[in-house]
Design a binder for this molecule. Structure first.
Ligand code: SF4
Length: 271
């Protein structure tokens, strides 16, 4: 295969991946009413594969969708030593995105407040959320898009069931308690493997996520390993878990609040 043929082949593959991602995002938008006419969406871009992909696909959707909405990409430098935000900024500029680069040293706060060796992620992401929520209001954005994908939802569901005694995952759309923000997750149906392939094909300038030096969340790591192992033997485990989240039989669970409603409905129906 010569260079021209190889470029053509790569272009077709990239187009195919983008089409699949657009399909997943379009379905999530339709199923959960994620985007409405006139929305101004702040897209949180960390510099990881997921957020680059989300930004790219939302712009592709913006060009095709019948509703009009605007996007502003926002990156937050949390003060981690050696954070290469300039790589991301150069890319955003070259691609013609509206963007803001924010800086807020939450890293020092995390170091100050936590004992060494304790996982930093919970405090770190709470602080990040606070900064991003305020930024959305000042930028006139009514929605904040986060890049969590299908596998994040699956792992969160299992983590909640195994370690927190609840059946819940990350919601596709969530209104914040103070009513100022609405968080949307357009990638909820998109498999991580597809996002990884697309990010590689597009050669996004990825910012590594280990600059903070935090320990990995061990429970999340274990759950991911468990799902990977199961999937090797049963290739539809992830699809089944996703389907299970949208296919609850409330009368066959033990939540007394839902059980009562389900039983009442049956009695109504019989009457
Ligand atoms: S991995 Fe690091 S930057 Fe990411 S949430 Fe955890 S502490 Fe924060």
């Amino acid at each position: 295969m010569n260079d021209v043929e190889r470029l053509e082949k790569d272009g077709h593959e990239e187009e195919g991946l983008e089409k699949k991602l657009l399909g997943h995002v379009g379905r999530a938008v339709a199923d959960f009413g994620l985007i409405a006419d006139g929305d101004r969406i702040m897209v949180a871009v960390s510099g990881g594969k997921d957020s680059y992909t989300m930004l790219h696909v939302l712009r592709a959707l913006q060009r095709k969708a019948p509703v009009k909405f605007s996007l502003v990409a926002v990156n937050l430098d949390q003060g981690h030593p050696g954070y290469p935000g300039h790589k991301l900024e150069a890319w955003l500029k070259a691609e013609g995105y509206e963007y803001r680069m924010l800086k807020e040293d939450t890293y020092s706060i995390v170091l100050e407040k936590l004992e060494p060796g304790v996982t930093q992620c919970s405090l770190c992401s709470r602080l990040r959320r606070g900064v991003l929520y305020n930024a959305a209001v000042s930028l006139g954005c009514n929605k904040i898009a986060l890049g969590h994908h299908r596998d994040d939802l699956i792992h969160t569901l299992l983590l909640n069931q195994l370690f927190a005694g609840t059946t819940a995952t990350m919601p596709p759309l969530l209104h914040s308690n103070d009513g100022r923000n609405t968080v949307i997750r357009p990638l909820v149906y998109a498999p991580e493997s597809l996002i990884a392939k697309f990010a590689e094909a597009k050669q996004f300038p990825i910012i590594p996520c280990d600059l903070c030096g935090s320990q990995e969340n061990l429970q999340r790591k274990k759950v991911k390993k468990l799902v990977d192992e199961l999937e090797r033997e049963h290739p539809f485990v992830r699809s089944s878990l996703m389907k299970a989240m949208g296919n609850l039989h409330t009368s066959h669970l033990l939540d007394t609040r839902l059980w009562q409603q389900a039983t009442e409905k049956k009695i109504d129906h019989a009457a």
